[in-house]
Design a protein around this ligand. Structure first.
Ligand SMILES: [Ca+2]
Ligand SMILES: [Ca+2]
Length: 233
């Protein structure tokens, strides 16, 4: 009995060690550890959707940083982008992340997205960060707003704290955002010692207007009527 129990405990401990070891090896800066793609459309393919992503913000610049306008990983759908660190204290690290050390305040961001036509739209911002964090769920960045509307925060991945602090991958979402040609997203770090590592933005496709649906169903109805008429003749 005791032997069975200790074997079982040993197995569980072993499994736990494997899981812990697996997770810490799994947590990688500059790489999404939690996969996420929109569920309602094909990212990078569906007409009318937007998809932009950064991993490297650069080149190295003294503060204040210029606005970053060219996503280095992906840019689909014809949106225009401007990502600005608004405190003027953030710097680009040697690895291409935006960082602020030591003294408060932490970094703050304004991300404007242009060429957004039609609505309502669903918007998903995904952020990878390294460094200081707080709370449950764990957050390195807070106060997410889109055109003044607070977003819904979800922690997708929380890596084991390391020399760089905690690695967090978060998804912030807004559904049914009213029609606007320009989206302005803002957020800020909880304090100093936080790096913005990765950033992606997805905007849902323009919904087909109700009038177009009605017209399409009307045409289908007419075609069916014509077929019935033909068969009757
Ligand atoms: Ca990661
Ligand atoms: Ca990065």
């Amino acid at each position: 009995m005791n032997r069975t129990k200790s074997t079982l405990t040993g197995c569980m401990l072993g499994l736990g060690l494997v899981l812990v070891a697996g997770q810490s090896a799994y947590a990688t800066g500059g790489v999404w550890d939690a996969s996420w793609t929109p569920s309602d459309w094909m990212r990078g393919t569906t007409p009318g959707s937007l998809y932009a992503e950064w991993n490297t913000f650069g080149p190295q610049q003294p503060a204040p940083l210029p606005a970053f306008t060219s996503p280095d990983v992906a840019n689909f759908g014809g949106g225009t982008y401007s990502l600005l660190e608004t405190t003027g204290t953030g710097v680009v690290t040697s690895t291409g992340n935006i960082h602020k050390s030591q003294t408060a305040p932490g970094t703050a961001f304004e991300f404007t997205v242009g060429n957004v036509a039609g609505g309502p739209r669903d918007v998903f911002l995904r952020i990878g960060s390294l460094g200081a964090s707080t709370g449950t769920p764990d957050q390195s960045f807070i106060n997410f707003e889109l055109n003044g509307i607070a977003g819904t925060y979800q922690e997708l991945f929380g890596g084991t704290p390391s020399g760089q602090g905690r690695e967090i991958e978060a998804l912030i979402s807004w559904t049914n955002v009213p029609t606007a040609s320009l989206f302005t997203l803002t957020w800020n770090a909880i304090g100093p010692n936080v790096s913005l590592d990765q950033l992606s933005l997805d905007v849902s496709p323009v919904p087909v207007p109700a009038a177009a649906y009605l017209m399409a169903s009307g045409l289908i109805g007419l075609a069916a009527m014509a077929r019935r008429k033909q068969r009757a003749a």
